[in-house]
Design a protein around this ligand. Sequence first.
Ligand code: MN3
Length: 204
Amino acid sequence: MFSLPDLPYNYDALAPYISEQIQQLHHNKHHQAYVNNLNKALEKYPEWQNKSIEEIITSLDKVPEDVRLTVRNNGGGHYNHSMFWEMMAPKKGNGQAPSGTLLDKLQHTFGDYKTFQEEFSTGAGKIFGSGWEWLVLDKGEVKLVSTPNQDSPLTQGMTPLLGLDVWEHAYYLQYYNVRADYVTAWWNIVNWDDVARRLNTAMR
Ligand code: MN3
């Protein structure tokens, strides 16, 4: 059975960019609900309960049909949010920026870091309704993809390196309808060490 992972920092650690109130609700209510709904959906399928969430997300087509959509939405929600908490970190002194292999990859695809940031932000702004903007590793190169709802790039064989939740529950209490302000603020708390670690693991 799946359980809610602890946040790797305090609920107020990402303020002022993401408020404590949003973090409390997002983690304790929304993420917890995905975990609860996933466990409930798998209740009568014990052979699926012992699989890792990655195994489930990469083999949704084999999940029993009567719970497949529930597992796709709630398993995806659990997987995406478990990563999302790690992909953020309290802002350090002079901010953080990608370096090393990660920076090389970004420059190869986008030309420079600033262009990557602009294209990612534009992608996040264009998502209609609820979904995620992602930087992924696909066939050895980094690129941007958007997914609707709680779908994961992992299901399509790509490795998520950095993801931004643009569901209204992720920002509305603080930024109201202005998603662009949330996206701009979020860059301050991207955990580049975590992104680099995911890239290095995926390239092994
Ligand atoms: Mn969310």
